[in-house]
Design a binder for this molecule. Structure first.
Ligand SMILES: NC(=O)c1ccc[n+]([C@@H]2O[C@H](COP(=O)([O-])OP(=O)(O)OC[C@H]3O[C@@H](n4cnc5c(N)ncnc54)[C@H](O)[C@@H]3O)[C@@H](O)[C@H]2O)c1
Length: 408
């Protein structure tokens, strides 16, 4: 055994491959403090294909497994990186933690609050590190925006706008992303934004909103197959934070024509717009008498002694400003974000500290999204706490029942 943390990727599909590219970005930058020793997928061909690509890129071929029980017999595996579809996260994570393995788990932490709480409880019981892979916040623009907020440059914050409207009736990435029982796209994408909102403006306390199925049928890009979604693709909400900031939230991946996207903050002294995640756009701050952008904004933040969370690993994989630089390829920027979250998890295990987004952080993002969906069913304003502690769950009952049937 080396002094590097032995890690296995569990789930080698669309995102599992991107996680491998995150490991590779760290490897190329000389910042990989772990070793990718194994890959697990229930589909052996999928795992083998990724192992081949790993060998081509990183010069070592991870061992292949098709069952979690077999994988956990491998002593080199000290931690697992779960990148399976959300319905399976809790079963795999709990089994691994009970077998003494640390866990990094893709968002959503779990498919429901009940299963997410089971994961957090397992982490507490076993003492294993449980991290949630929330990648968006790792990019330079979000780090600068957070520093602007914390510096007080915008004064007292009144409003955050997180807005996406526009799309079409095509299946978004995979069929499971349109079914309530497997984690529909409204939930899948809103988890990202819930994490960003709480990262920026702190805990959400109250929520009034609902989810809808905006596209009653969705079709493959080539038109060969049409499905009838059972899960919400769109979520709308008005929320308030513990500190009294109002948040207006929209995710609507429907409506042909132009797509509108905005992340902005509005305070007594100024406003700020933040570019789309993984883009090379600029954070722009408007104060009463001036606009701050690029190096001017960074200089102002430095003058105010603000902390910008762009660490050594981020600089190594995404350049000095943590964005990948102007015109960088999307795939490289994506791999960079994932590299930063993987490095944070490895360091957390090594240093025996909590990762930046731990299990509770992942559970909170899930609670914010379910508060929107539960509010739509209850037809009233709901508190995030009643979703977190399990008092409110009507929307989720059907999903929990489907997961229980799966086990039986
Ligand atoms: N952070 C992001 O930007 C981002 C982007 C895409 C997906 N995701 C998340 O990543 C996860 C995976 O999504 P995806 O698009 O890769 O899904 P996918 O369907 O493409 O891949 C999932 C893989 O897991 C395998 N699998 C299923 N059950 C398994 C089990 N019990 N044991 C081992 N392998 C199993 C499948 O065979 C498949 O290869 C989801 O939680 C999703 O929300 C995150």
């Amino acid at each position: 055994m080396t002094d590097k943390l032995g890690i296995a990727i569990v789930g080698c599909g669309f995102m599992g491959r991107r996680h491998m590219l995150g490991f590779n970005a760290l490897h190329k930058a000389g910042k990989l403090e772990g070793e990718l020793v194994a890959l697990l997928d229930i589909n052996a061909e999928t795992a083998n294909k990724l192992a081949d690509e790993t060998f081509t890129l990183m010069g070592a071929r991870p061992d292949i497994y098709t069952s979690i029980d077999e994988l956990l017999k491998d002593d080199r595996v000290e931690a697992i990186d779960i990148v399976t579809d959300p319905r399976t996260h809790h079963t795999i994570a709990i089994k691994a933690m009970e077998a003494g393995r640390h866990v990094l788990c893709e968002k959503p932490l779990a498919l429901t609050m009940k299963t997410g709480r089971m994961m957090v409880e397992a982490a507490e019981r076993t003492g294993m590190v449980l991290g949630t892979a929330e990648n968006y916040r790792r990019g330079g623009a979000n780090r600068v925006a957070k520093a602007v907020i914390d510096s007080g440059m915008l004064g007292k914050l009144h409003l955050m706008l997180e807005f996406w409207a526009g799309g079409d009736d095509k299946i978004i990435i995979s069929k499971w992303r349109h079914m309530k029982d497997t984690g529909a796209i409204g939930l899948d994408m809103s988890i990202h934004y819930a994490d960003i909102i709480e990262y920026y403006v702190g805990p959400i306390e109250r929520v009034w909103g609902r989810g809808i199925i905006a596209e009653p049928t969705r079709t493959t890009a080539d038109g060969s197959e049409t499905i009838t979604p059972t899960g919400e693709d769109a979520l709308f909400a008005s929320m308030q934070t513990k500190d009294g900031v109002d948040v207006q939230y929209t995710y609507l991946p429907s409506g042909l024509g132009k797509r509108y996207q905005q992340r902005s903050l509005h305070g007594t002294l100024g406003s700020m717009t933040v570019p789309p995640d993984r883009s090379d756009g600029d954070v722009v701050v408007h104060l009463a008498d001036r606009e701050l952008i690029g190096s001017e904004l960074i200089a102002e933040l430095k003058k105010r002694g603000a902390f910008i969370n762009i660490n050594e690993v981020t600089r190594a994989v995404l350049g000095p400003d943590g964005t990948g630089g102007k015109g960088a390829a999307w795939a490289d920027v994506d791999a960079g974000y994932l590299a930063v979250e993987i490095a944070d998890f490895i360091d957390a295990v090594m240093q025996k500290r909590a990762p930046e987004v731990d299990g509770i952080g992942g559970l909170r993002a899930l609670a914010v999204v379910y508060a929107i969906l539960e509010s739509g069913v209850a037809k009233r304003e709901v508190s995030v706490n009643e979703v977190l502690d399990g008092r409110l769950h009507a929307y989720q009952d059907e999903i929990d029942a489907a997961m229980d049937n799966l086990k039986g």
